[in-house]
Design a protein. Structure first.
Length: 265
């Protein structure tokens, strides 16, 4: 039975664990290391406060690093001493930290796969991007894909340099959508709608449009054109959003800023 050790049980770690437990309880064994007590404990999951609490006889198959990138320098040395073995997969969800970084911390023969999930993983609707270097055995890649698939869709990339761009789109992307929802709601209020109605219209419109796009073979551009009548109200609005200093250059600037920050972490 595959033994998965989750290091860190914050919001993302807790979401991952909940999905794994639901999908693979009985097929996989789960342990957690968290310095703070989890809000709730899952049945048949073993909880520890630090690595020293884990019996020496226990060796996990997968160690999931769900801690902040800034904490890894302090965390990894103790794991390197005990678990730096080619048979163990390290699965990192820390933004910005490269495979080369993990090899420098865990040893040249260690195996690390990078994963970038996003917050919709909390409801099983996440999007995860995986990067596995060529020296990672295919069975490990399969295990990582299986774990992350329980949280939503998974895409793999062959070029690690694209991880920061992927993180800037899907990892940070939900925040952009939430901000757009808030802006659309407040614009509705300023246009005369009450807060509750504006909120509902914004939320249902965005979720419905996303669902329509997901179930359509048409491009985003064509779907937009389907809504836009020449000389109509939608066209009037899009002339503002699609201006030279409109939404596209702002989104591009935002994504580039997120990508740069990922490199700095």
């Amino acid at each position: 039975m595959t033994h998965v050790l989750l290091v860190g049980c914050g919001k993302m770690g807790s979401a991952l664990l909940a999905n794994w437990h639901k999908a693979y309880a009985g097929r996989m064994q789960f342990s957690v290391i968290s310095r703070t007590a989890p809000r709730s404990r899952l049945d048949k999951v073993t909880y520890y406060t630090n690595l020293a609490d884990i019996p020496a006889s226990i060796t996990p198959d997968v160690i999931v690093l769900a801690v902040k990138p800034q904490q890894l320098d302090a965390v990894l040395p103790e794991y390197a001493k005990r678990f730096s073995k080619p048979a163990i997969l390290f699965l990192s969800v820390a933004a910005g930290k490269t495979v080369e970084y993990f090899k420098s911390q865990l040893g040249a023969k260690s195996h690390t796969i990078r994963a970038m999930p996003n917050t919709p993983a909390t409801i099983g609707r996440g999007m995860t991007v995986l990067f596995a270097p060529s020296d990672v055995p295919s069975v490990m890649h399969k295990t990582a894909t299986e774990l992350m698939s329980s949280c939503g869709d998974v895409a793999s990339i062959d070029d690690e340099s694209l991880m920061d761009a992927a993180a800037a789109i899907s990892g940070s992307g939900p925040a952009y959508v939430f901000y757009f929802l808030d802006c659309l709601t407040q614009a509705g209020v300023r246009a005369g709608l009450d807060q509750a109605l504006a909120h509902k219209l914004a939320l249902r419109t965005v979720s419905g449009a996303a669902a329509l796009a997901s179930n359509s073979e048409e491009s985003f551009e064509q779907l937009r054109q389907n809504v836009t009548s020449p000389g109509g109200m939608t066209e009037a609005a899009l002339q503002i959003l699609m201006a030279d200093k409109g939404l596209e250059p702002l989104i591009d600037e935002a994504v580039q800023a997120a990508k740069l920050r990922a490199k700095q972490l």
